[in-house]
Structures are given as structure tokens and as C-alpha cells.
Design a protein around this ligand. Structure first.
Ligand SMILES: [Zn+2]
Length: 466
């Protein structure tokens, strides 16, 4: 029997979680004045107060700050089981921006509950994590299930690529002590009927590519045909890195061989669920998707490098577009990288390709790099493999699922490097229609309860196997 049910979660978490969901605590990349605005501070103080009210016998709650970096919430819980290992539970409280107008009746910072789902920005990515982690530990103590020393670490710069996390990990090196298990509560799920364990994550590489040709815009009637269009040069440069017909990323350093085990796992998921990736997308009727099969689409999403142009600068909106040969164009390039590609090597490979022999000798700059390597799960220790099996069966009455994710959690790559022998569990509530980063973000409450119960089982098995 699971330790926690939906009513417990509603009673102990929902009010504060909903209050949190109403705070526009955008990640610093999307709110340069986050210090003045104070939303992140409000959010972390809210979570701090809630954490402090947990019925946990011996624990310490802190808001830690390093200079002008975003703060972290750190909850340290003393072990109730023998052993000197630490389990780290990770989540984040910063949010993506709203993206655009939300659907009828929904708004990013006005939480709405429909059935067992609550809609608001940041509620699933990753607001629930603090609640899940601490409710799990609280329930263990209430039910006399011994646990190891646990450190719950909730950061506030994840959606900006975790630029502040390394400094905190350095700062906390001694405090974290002997880390043996990492549970990351910021990942995805393919369905809501089982625990999903993430086997890999893609890396990410973002950069603003600007092409300048004029000191100021000119009447296109007088300059076009003479001054090269910055947009046309952008197209040429993009053609160096991406096949415009197929979307294939042409830079060798950004490609990787897909491990046979991952191909097999994708096969198994495709067999059970069919074209699950295609089904989850709001594709317009008639639009043909990339990839020839369900299995290929799973791999395309998790192991292929891709380029998305996520922002354009120097280009007016159509309503106010005059006949001007514009002085510059900026494109925000957002690459997803295969899990095994090193993001710094990818960046080093891209720089000369985009800045050497530029057409018409236009002035090219690359600015605002944001990079993070992907991650491949280390092999599961036998105790953890059976703990995950038990966790999913107890919480969902269904064996766990294993799959790669297309998104990125740079934290896992840096932790993987820092703690190579540590066992990792990356899981989360971001299933179909959870719309993290999109409009209408949603938390499925039973899924949050299932993940919380799974955390209880995994922490319990970790404490007892040693
Ligand atoms: Zn997240």
C-alpha cells in the first residue's frame, strides 16, 4: 500500500503549491531584474516556511545565498537508518516565461484546478518537486520507514541552464559529504500509469547569431540589390550547420552514435505504445512529421541533434514592417545535442563554421552562449533496479518505464562528472499535455502522488540495502 494518497497531498501541499504557482518567479534569463522584482525571493521564502512546518524529527531548513546568485533552498534531514551516505533530492523553483496567451479560462499565474489537474506556470516544472521530496521524507518518518541522511536541494537558475548551481555544489561539497544517491525530480514521463525513469537527456547549446551589414536601416528601394541582406546571409550560414531540406545537423561534432541499448529501449516503447511521440503533439492536420516510424521518432527526440530558431531580432512585426533594408538580423540558435556529445566541444566546432569566410564579409557575432551537456544514466546498481521496480508496482500497480528524454537538465551532466560513482534516478511528472515551457502547463496530481510514493520506496530501499 502506498504511504501517501491524493487526499494527503491535497491537505498538506496543495494550498502552498497553488500560492507558489501564482508567483511569476521567472528564471533570471527571462527576468534580468529578478533581484529588484523579488519574485524568486518570495517563492523561496514561501517554500522555506512550508518546509519548516514539516513534521520531520531532526532537520534543518536554510535559504542559502552566494553573492548576487540566485538563492537555493536547502533542507538537510538527519538519517534514521544506520550508514553515512547522503541521498540528494533535486528540484528547482524558477520558471519559464508564460510563452504567450493561454487557453480560455487559464492564465500562467492564476492557478486553476480542473478535475485532478492544476494549471499554472511552473507547477509541474518544477514547483511540485519541493513538496514531493519533503512529503516523502515526512511520510517515511510518520510510518517508521528508516531513511538515510537526505539533502533536498532546490535551485532557482535551472531554466537559465543552472549557471549558479556549480558554485553552490562547490560551496556544499563538505555538507553533501558522501553522496550515494541522487534523485532528480525534474524529468518527464510518457504516461501517467507508471513511474518513468529517464535513461538519457539531450544537451543544449543556445547562442545569438547576429549578422550586421549597415550602420542604420536604408530605404529598400535604394539599398536592396546593392547591400547584401543580413537575412540572406543568415540563411547561408544556417545552411552550413543544418540541411534545410531534412533538418539534419551537418556538423560532425554535434552528432553521435546511438547506443544499441537505447535503440532497443526505443523499440520496446514503440511496441507497447505505438507512435506515442507523434500522438502527444498538437500537429496541424496534414502536416507530415519527421521520422519514418514510431521507434525512429523516439530516437529522433532523444538522441538526434536538432536546430530550432527560437528567437529573431532586428526584424519588426509584420504590422509595422516598412520597406527597409534592415541593418542586422539576430537569430537565437537553439541546438539540442545527443546525450553523449560534450557541449563545449560542440561550441568550439560551431564558432569557426559560423564566423569564417562569411558571405559578403558581413560582420558576424556570436553572443549569449548558454550551453549544457546531455546525460546518460550510469548502469543501475542491482538494489536500485529492484527498488524502482518495487516503487512503480507499489505506487501505480504497474512496472516502471525507462526512456530517454529530449529535453535537458544540465545539472545531471555536471553532477555525473562530479560524482561518477553515484546512483541516479531522474524522474518526474511531465507527461502528456503537461506542457512544460508551453502554454497551459499542467500538474497531474495523482502523478505527483505516485512520484512521491516512489521516492519513499527508493529512499527506503536505499536505507535498508546497506
Ligand atoms: Zn525543470
Amino acid at each position: 500500500m502506498p504511504e501517501l494518497n491524493l487526499a494527503d497531498f491535497e491537505r498538506d501541499a496543495l494550498e502552498t503549491l497553488t500560492t507558489y504557482a501564482a508567483i511569476p518567479c521567472l528564471s533570471p534569463m527571462y527576468d534580468a531584474d529578478w533581484i529588484q522584482h523579488g519574485h524568486i525571493d518570495r517563492a523561496i521564502e514561501l517554500l522555506y516556511d512550508w518546509a519548516l512546518a514539516r513534521k520531520i524529527a531532526d532537520f534543518d531548513v536554510q535559504i542559502r545565498r552566494l553573492g548576487e546568485r540566485t538563492p537555493i533552498l536547502l533542507v538537510t534531514v538527519a538519517a534514521t537508518a544506520p550508514g553515512d551516505g547522503t541521498a540528494v533530492l533535486y528540484g528547482h523553483l524558477d520558471k519559464q516565461p508564460p510563452l504567450g496567451d493561454w487557453s480560455e479560462g487559464l492564465a500562467p499565474f492564476e492557478p486553476v484546478r480542473r478535475g485532478d489537474r492544476v494549471y499554472a506556470r511552473g507547477i509541474a516544472d518544477d514547483g511540485y518537486s519541493t513538496f514531493s521530496a519533503l512529503l516523502a521524507i515526512e511520510a517515511m518518518e510518520a510510518n517508521d520507514i528508516p531513511h538515510s541522511r537526505c539533502v533536498v536541494l532546490i535551485e532557482a537558475s535551472e531554466e537559465s541552464g543552472s549557471p549558479d548551481l556549480e558554485a553552490y555544489l562547490d560551496d556544499l561539497k563538505e555538507h553533501l559529504a558522501k553522496v550515494e544517491l541522487m534523485i532528480c525530480l525534474d524529468s518527464g514521463a510518457l504516461t501517467y500509469d507508471r513511474l518513468w525513469v529517464t535513461t538519457s537527456l539531450r544537451g543544449v547549446l543556445n547562442v545569438d547569431l547576429t549578422i550586421r551589414v549597415l550602420e542604420q536601416g536604408q530605404h529598400s528601394g535604394s539599398a536592396s540589390g546593392v547591400v547584401p541582406s543580413s537575412f540572406r546571409i543568415l540563411r547561408e550560414l544556417l545552411d552550413r550547420v543544418e540541411d534545410a531540406a531534412t533538418g539534419e545537423v551537418l556538423v560532425a561534432e554535434l552528432n553521435a552514435e546511438i547506443p544499441a541499448a537505447e535503440v532497443e529501449a526505443a523499440n520496446a516503447v514503440a511496441k507497447e505504445f505505438g507512435d506515442i511521440i507523434a500522438r502527444g503533439l498538437p500537429t496541424l492536420e496534414g502536416v507530415e512529421l519527421m521520422g519514418a516510424s514510431a521507434q525512429e521518432r523516439i530516437l529522433r527526440r532523444t538522441w538526434y541533434p536538432t536546430l530550432s530558431i527560437v528567437g529573431i531580432g532586428g526584424v519588426p512585426a509584420p504590422e509595422i514592417a516598412g520597406n527597409v533594408l534592415r541593418p542586422y538580423t539576430t537569430a537565437t540558435l537553439s541546438f539540442r545535442l545527443p546525450p553523449s556529445v560534450d557541449a563545449e566541444s560542440a561550441r568550439d566546432a560551431l564558432i569557426p563554421i559560423l564566423t569564417t569566410d562569411v558571405p559578403s564579409s558581413a560582420i558576424v557575432t556570436l553572443e549569449n552562449w548558454s550551453i549544457g551537456s546531455g546525460w546518460s544514466s550510469p548502469a543501475l546498481a542491482p538494489w536500485l533496479a529492484s527498488a524502482l521496480e518495487k516503487a512503480s508496482l507499489d505506487a501505480y500497480d504497474h512496472a516502471p518505464g525507462f526512456t530517454g528524454e529530449g529535453g535537458s537538465i544540465p545539472f545531471l551532466a555536471s553532477l555525473g562528472k562530479r560524482y561518477p560513482d553515484v546512483q541516479f534516478v531522474a524522474t518526474g511528472v511531465l507527461g502528456p499535455h503537461s506542457n512544460a515551457h508551453g502554454i497551459d502547463e499542467m500538474l497531474d496530481l495523482p502523478m505527483a502522488v505516485g512520484v512521491t510514493n516512489s521516492v519513499i520506496t527508493v529512499l527506503g530501499e536505499y536505507a535498508s540495502h546497506r
